[in-house]
Design a protein around this ligand. Structure first.
Ligand SMILES: O=c1[nH]c(=O)c2nc[nH]c2[nH]1
Length: 457
C-alpha cells in the first residue's frame, strides 16, 4: 500500500463533483488521500476493504481531517475570465453601454495601475477575495503595462492561487486613447513575450500554476500586424490565448465590417483560435462559428452577468454544450459585478430560463420569442464552474479523482450567517442544489490549493 509513504493528508467527508454537463457524483463519507505534491493519490469509498485501515493509520499519524455534519467538500472554482484591474470599479458605471464604459471608466482606471503601489493594494485584495469565494484558479486580463502585471503574478504566487495572466494588448490608435495603449505593434509583441517568459520563470519557482496568456483585448482595439504577431507568439510558446469574441451588436458588426469575417473566423485567420483559446462572451456565434470553436478546441468563457449588461442577448449554453463545445464559467469582473462563482452559476441558470421562454409578457407564450430547450440547471452550472474550466485550461482539476490536483473547499451549512439550510427532508442531491442556489462566501470555511491550506481573509 502506498499510503503513508506518499500521503501528506487525509480528509474524511462527503464531497460533490461534476462528472459531465448532465451528471454529478456524491462521494459520501469518502477518504481523500492527498500526496506531498498536492495531488489526489486516492479516493476511498467506505465499501473499500482498505477504508478502516487507512482511517486508523491516518488518525494515528495525525494527518486526518474530518468534516463535520453539514460540511461538504467541493472542488475549487475555476473562473476563466476576470479583468484584475477592474476590481477597483466593481459595481460602478454599469448604467453605461460598452464603448462609454470602456472609454470613460475602464481605460482611465487600467492606466492607473502604472503606479505599482496602487496595483499591489488592489490586486492583493482581489486575489484574497477570489480565494475566499472558493476560486482556486483564475484566468486574468492584466493591463497594458507589464510592471503591474508582474505584481499580480507575484501576488497570486504568494497568496497561493493558480493564475493564468495576460498582458493586455491594444495598439490601434483610432480605437485606443493615447494615454493607454501599446506604442506600436512591435512594442506590444515585445512586452507580451517578456511577460510570457517572466511567468514561465515564476512558474518554475512556485507550487501552483502561474501561466502567461497571449491577450489581445479584442479585435477592435488591435491592428492586423499585432494580431498576426500574437498568433505567432501563441504558436511559438504554445501559450494559451484569451480575448473577447462576438460580445455585442456593436462589436460583432465592427469586426465584420473591418475584416469581412465573423469574429470567430477572424480569430482563426490571425492564428488565435487554438485548443488553448478561451473567448469571453461568444454570444453572437452562428452555428458555423460554433463548429469552428469545436474543430479547433477553443473554449467559451460564459459570462452571464456581463452578457446581461452589455451583450443584449443570452449565450445559448445548452445548445453549445449539445454541439460539444468546451464551455467554462466566468464572473467577468467588472462588467460582472460579483467575485462569486456561486452568483455566476445562478445567473447562468436564470438567463437560460429567460432565453427559453422569451420575456415579452404582452405576447402569448408561442409568440414570445423564446428558444425552447435552452434551459440549463444546477448540473450544467456546476459543470461549467469546475470541470468546464479545467477542460478549457487543460488542467487536471475540478474533480475528486486520483491524479487530480487537490483544489477544494469546505462548504459549511452551519457557518456563521449561513443562508443554506439542511433539514431531515433533504437528500444529499438536494443539498448540492441548495448549495448552488444559496451558497455564499461565508459558507467557505477552509480551502486548499494543490493540497496546501490557504488562509481565508
Ligand atoms: O466585458 C468586457 N470587458 C472589457 O474590459 C472589455 N474590453 C473589450 N471588451 C470588453 N468587454
Amino acid at each position: 500500500m502506498t499510503f503513508l509513504t506518499n500521503c501528506s493528508s487525509v480528509i474524511r467527508g462527503t464531497a460533490f463533483h461534476s462528472t459531465g454537463p448532465n451528471s454529478f457524483d456524491i462521494l459520501e463519507d469518502h477518504l481523500f488521500l492527498v500526496d506531498e505534491a498536492g495531488v489526489l493519490d486516492d479516493v476511498i469509498s467506505p465499501k473499500d476493504d482498505r477504508y478502516d485501515n487507512i482511517l486508523r493509520r491516518s488518525e494515528d499519524a495525525g494527518s486526518l481531517q474530518r468534516l463535520k455534519s453539514q460540511q461538504y467538500l467541493l472542488p475549487g472554482f475555476i473562473d476563466t475570465h476576470v479583468h484584475a484591474p477592474q476590481w477597483a470599479q466593481v459595481g460602478k458605471a454599469l448604467d453605461a453601454d460598452l464603448p462609454v464604459w470602456l472609454n470613460d471608466y475602464t481605460f482611465p482606471l487600467e492606466a492607473a495601475y502604472k503606479n505599482t503601489d496602487f496595483a499591489e493594494t488592489i490586486y492583493k485584495d482581489l486575489v484574497q477575495t477570489l480565494l475566499a469565494n472558493g476560486t482556486t484558479t483564475a484566468q486574468y486580463f492584466g493591463s497594458v503595462h507589464n510592471e503591474p502585471n508582474k505584481v499580480l503574478a507575484e501576488i497570486c504566487a504568494s497568496e497561493g492561487q493558480h493564475a493564468y495572466i495576460g498582458k493586455v494588448v491594444m495598439d490601434l490608435p483610432s480605437q485606443c486613447p493615447d494615454y493607454y495603449r501599446d506604442s506600436s505593434p512591435q512594442a506590444a509583441l515585445n512586452a507580451t513575450e517578456d511577460f510570457l517568459t517572466y511567468c514561465r520563470n515564476l512558474n518554475s519557482r512556485t507550487r501552483q500554476d502561474i501561466v502567461g496568456v497571449v491577450t489581445p483585448r479584442f479585435i477592435p482595439t488591435c491592428s492586423d500586424e499585432v494580431l498576426y504577431g500574437l498568433g505567432d507568439l501563441a504558436r511559438h510558446y504554445d501559450a494559451p490565448v484569451q480575448s473577447h469574441c462576438s460580445e455585442g451588436d456593436w462589436e460583432h458588426a465592427h469586426v465584420l465590417e473591418r475584416t469581412g469575417l465573423s469574429d470567430t473566423q477572424a480569430h482563426l485567420k490571425y492564428g488565435l483560435l487554438t485548443n488553448k483559446t478561451t473567448l469571453a462572451h461568444s454570444v453572437y456565434l452562428s452555428d458555423s462559428d460554433a463548429e469552428l470553436y469545436k474543430e479547433h478546441g477553443a473554449a467559451i468563457a460564459h459570462s452571464p452577468l456581463s452578457n446581461i449588461l452589455f451583450a443584449g442577448a443570452v449565450c445559448p449554453v445548452k445548445r453549445r454544450l449539445e454541439q460539444g463545445l468546451s464551455i467554462s464559467l466566468a464572473t467577468d469582473i467588472s462588467a460582472g459585478y460579483t467575485p462569486s462563482m456561486f452568483d455566476s452559476m445562478r445567473q447562468a441558470i436564470l438567463s437560460s430560463r429567460l432565453l427559453s421562454t422569451g420575456t415579452d409578457f404582452s405576447k402569448s407564450p408561442i409568440e414570445r420569442g423564446g428558444i425552447p430547450a435552452s434551459v440549463i440547471d444546477f448540473r450544467q452550472a456546476f459543470y461549467m464552474a469546475t470541470v468546464g474550466g479545467a477542460t478549457a485550461l487543460h488542467v487536471n482539476a475540478g474533480q475528486f479523482r486520483k491524479g487530480c490536483r487537490f483544489d477544494a473547499f469546505v462548504f459549511d451549512c452551519l457557518a456563521s450567517q449561513s443562508q443554506t439550510r439542511q433539514y431531515d427532508t433533504d437528500s444529499l442531491a438536494d443539498m448540492l442544489q441548495k448549495i448552488i442556489f444559496t451558497g455564499q462566501r461565508q459558507n467557505i470555511t477552509a480551502l486548499w490549493v494543490s493540497g496546501r491550506p490557504v488562509s481565508l481573509h
